[in-house]
Design a protein around this ligand. Structure first.
Ligand code: FES
Ligand code: FES
Length: 169
C-alpha cells in the first residue's frame, strides 16, 4: 500500500511524516515520532497503557487510525513531562510521592488520564475518580496508589491547569 502524508500537532509542535494507511496513532508516535513513552499493552483498547490526548480528550492510541489525526492536536506523556509549566513537573513529582507507579507500564496512560481530569474538573465533579480511571488497568499496585496520586494531583493546584489549546496554538 502507498504511504500517506500526515500532518498534526504533537505536544505543541507541528509534525509531518509519512505513514502506512493502516498505521495506528500508537505506531506513529513510537515509530516516526520517536516518542516511546506511550506504551502498548493489549493493543485492543482494553488496558489504557497507550492513552494519549486527542484534541484534549483521552483516547486509546492503539485504536486510532493514524490518518484520523490529520490536522488535530495530540498530547503524549512526553508533552506533560517536558511542559514548561511548573504544574507538569509537579504532577509527576506527586505521582512519585504517592507510589502510583511500580513497574511503570501503566503509568504513562494514567498520567494522561489525570492530565485530562485536571484540565476538566467538571468531569471529576460528576463521577468518582475510581470510575474515571477504570480505563487504565494496572497489574502491579492495585489501585489505591493510583487513586491517591490522582487525588493529590487534582488537589495540588487550581482547576485552570494549562490546557491543550493554549499549548498548541
Ligand atoms: S494498548 Fe491500547 S488499550 Fe491496551
Ligand atoms: S505499575 Fe505496573 S502495571 Fe501499573
Amino acid at each position: 500500500m502507498d504511504e500517506l502524508p500526515l500532518c498534526f500537532v504533537l505536544n505543541g509542535s507541528s509534525v509531518r511524516c509519512v505513514v502506512s494507511p493502516d498505521a495506528r496513532l500508537l505506531d506513529v508516535l513510537r515509530g516516526p515520532c520517536g516518542l516511546t513513552g506511550t506504551k502498548e499493552g493489549c493493543g485492543e483498547g482494553e488496558c489504557g497503557a497507550c492513552t494519549v490526548l486527542l484534541d484534549g480528550l483521552p483516547v486509546n492510541s492503539c485504536l486510532v487510525p493514524a490518518f484520523q489525526v490529520e490536522g488535530r492536536r495530540v498530547e503524549t506523556v512526553e508533552g506533560v513531562a517536558a511542559g514548561a509549566e511548573a504544574r507538569a513537573g509537579e504532577l509527576l513529582a506527586v505521582l512519585n510521592e504517592t507510589g502510583t507507579a511500580q513497574c511503570g507500564a501503566c503509568t504513562p496512560g494514567v498520567v494522561m488520564t489525570i492530565r485530562w481530569l485536571r484540565a476538566n474538573p467538571q468531569v471529576v465533579d460528576g463521577a468518582g475518580l475510581r470510575a474515571l480511571l477504570s480505563g487504565n488497568l494496572c497489574r502491579c499496585t492495585g489501585y489505591d496508589g493510583i487513586i491517591a496520586g490522582a487525588r493529590a494531583v487534582l488537589a495540588s493546584g487550581d482547576a485552570a491547569a494549562p490546557g491543550l489549546a493554549s499549548e498548541s496554538e
